[in-house]
Design a binder for this molecule. Structure first.
Ligand code: CO8
Length: 165
């Protein structure tokens, strides 16, 4: 009999246009996320058209992936919606386009009910870290998210339902 997997996919495949995770954005990264309940992770192959220097992924794209993984980690692990307040990225090794990367995010410190510090990592298939990020995210309950216009009400209610926000 198959053993249950120690992780599961997050229900983030909602039809929206986010550059990082939107299933309906043909120009985006279309990231899919999994969790082991302590962190959130995603496997991604950076397409050729996101190149910077020859063969190396553009640093802005790597920063976006770190923002996205930290953002979804913050949503899932704190049960709030988020807006990025700040991120800082260390680019440690170039990332060749076309190779599989693993992005991982986790909580660094919950600072208040309105703010969390996160950390994120981009690793190659041997577990070597190519970039790491630190981010501060504003936390929003559904009503505040509605007031801020983060998404339309239908989408927010769907997020509230699937993530038990
Ligand atoms: C899908 C998941 C993927 C995530 C990855 C992608 C994420 C992104 O790219 S997000 C886009 C980039 N980030 C942004 O655009 C954020 C821009 N920044 C902002 O909007 C602001 O700086 C913000 C809201 C974070 C903090 O605002 P700031 O001015 O410091 O707040 P502050 O002055 O204390 O409060 C202003 C008002 O907002 C309210 N407010 C601020 N923060 C919150 C909060 N967390 N919850 C509820 N209300 C809040 C305050 O109560 C206050 O309301 P009022 O005027 O009625 O008194």
């Amino acid at each position: 009999m198959d053993q249950p997997k120690p992780y599961r996919e997050l229900p983030t495949r909602l039809s929206h246009g986010c550059f990082g995770c939107g299933s309906e954005n043909p120009h985006g990264l279309r990231m899919i996320f999994h969790t082991d309940e302590k962190s959130v992770f995603s496997e991604i192959v950076i397409p050729d058209h996101m190149v910077g220097w020859k063969n190396f992924a553009h640093g802005g794209i790597l920063s976006t992936i770190l923002d996205e993984i930290m953002g979804w980690s913050a949503i899932y692990l704190t049960k709030n919606l988020v807006l990025t307040k700040s991120i800082a990225v260390d680019f440690l090794r170039p990332v060749p386009v076309g190779t599989t990367l693993r992005a991982e995010g986790r909580i660094s410190k919950v600072r208040s009910d309105r703010e969390v510090a996160m950390e994120g990592f981009l690793l190659n298939s041997n577990g070597i870290v190519h970039a790491r990020g630190k981010g501060v995210f504003a936390l929003f309950k559904i009503d505040a998210a509605m007031k801020f216009g983060i998404a339309d009400e239908k989408e927010l209610r769907e997020l509230e339902r699937v993530f038990n926000l």
